[in-house]
Design a protein around this ligand. Structure first.
Ligand code: FES
Length: 165
């Protein structure tokens, strides 16, 4: 099922897909917020904005509370991502070790910038704060797995490997 088109029918499909997931959970049990967010993200690949009113009504939680939980945990994201989500660390340690060059090289090879995704949806790119492995600077996260001490050569090999897997 395609959830990406913005026509009326796909919106309806998305709403009904969200509704189906939300209804697996009992009403008003606010402790289910995180599991239901996880289920929605797992189904759609991200958290569609349309999920918020459904959740708010079902769990009787203010939308602002749902947003604050969803944005607090970095496992949740509101935008669609590629099969491989690349996170270039923009922390000080990585910056000093050349993360700008890594970002430029990814952009050159994949023709995408920060916040973008390749047309085939294989790669998406995000510039993020310190990934917590400064001793390995410069660091790149791929779906949460960290690759350290990157050079342009290592990066090209990594992207080639990911393309064929
Ligand atoms: S500055 Fe990049 S991992 Fe800390």
């Amino acid at each position: 099922m395609c959830y990406l088109n913005n026509n009326v029918s796909s919106v309806t499909n998305m709403d009904s897909g969200i509704e189906k997931i939300v209804n697996r959970y009992p009403r008003k049990i606010r402790e289910n917020l995180i599991p239901v967010l996880q289920d929605i993200q797992s189904e759609f690949g991200y958290l569609p904005e349309e999920a918020i009113p459904h959740l708010s009504e079902h769990l009787e939680l203010p939308a602002v509370k749902i947003y604050s939980v969803a944005t607090y945990y970095n496992m949740f994201h509101f935008e669609s991502r590629g099969k491989y989500h690349l996170q270039v660390c923009a922390g000080t340690g990585c910056h000093l070790e050349g993360s700008d060059g890594i970002l430029r090289e990814i952009s050159r090879i994949l023709d995408i910038g920060d916040g973008e995704m390749t047309i085939d949806r294989t790669f998406s790119l995000e510039l993020v704060p310190c990934l917590g492995a400064c001793h390995l600077s410069p660091v790149l996260g791929v779906n949460g797995v960290l690759h350290g001490q990157l050079t342009n050569r290592k990066l090209a090999e990594l992207l080639d490997h990911l393309r064929i897997t």
